[in-house]
Design a protein around this ligand. Structure first.
Ligand code: HEM
Length: 136
């Protein structure tokens, strides 16, 4: 059997098949590349056009490294302004505009709209992130 052929009898929850690894690597590259590169581009644009934001962010990061000689995910998470900045970049320029799709598991009614079980829909992020009732 070649690595490209799946033997169903050998699929279980304890072992991962070559094809699963290959398809996950492909998915990670597809989902991870543009999302990060576009977000970094937007973040750089905001920093370049809003000097006061850039100054404050640099100050917060410099202060962080006066106390910490190293960093990891948990430590970086403590730089509050950095967290707020990234969230605001993603709110203003959401990259995954149509990435959230769902299927109704039961019949329901949302704001007078009848949604039947099995109905598929895509949430459009811009309606939410630009909503003046939520963000002023
Ligand atoms: C700015 C960065 C990113 C944003 C805004 C973003 C946004 C999203 C959103 C909104 C979804 C759909 C989630 C849902 O349906 O509930 C999603 C799914 C996914 N993202 Fe990202 N993503 C980002 C970066 C990445 C990176 C770096 C990777 C991988 C290296 C990645 C891998 C995936 C995968 C594999 C899924 C599908 C998950 C699933 O269906 O179970 N994303 N992403």
């Amino acid at each position: 059997m070649t690595q490209n052929e799946i033997d169903d009898s050998k699929l279980d929850f304890e072992h991962i098949h070559y094809d699963e690894i290959a398809s996950n690597v492909f998915l990670f590259m597809l989902a991870g590349h543009d999302s990060i590169s576009i977000t970094l581009t937007n973040a750089t644009y905001i920093l370049a056009t809003h000097e006061h934001i850039q100054d404050r962010l640099r100050h917060e990061i410099d202060s962080f490294f006066e106390i910490n000689s190293t960093f990891d995910y948990e430590l970086i998470d403590k730089i509050e302004y950095l967290d707020l900045f990234v969230k605001e970049v993603l709110r203003m320029y959401p990259v995954a505009i149509q990435a959230i799709s769902r299927e109704a598991s039961t019949d329901t009614i949302i704001q007078n709209y009848q949604i039947n079980q099995g109905f598929s829909f895509v949430l459009f992020s811009l309606n939410k992130t630009k909503c003046e009732m939520l963000f002023r």
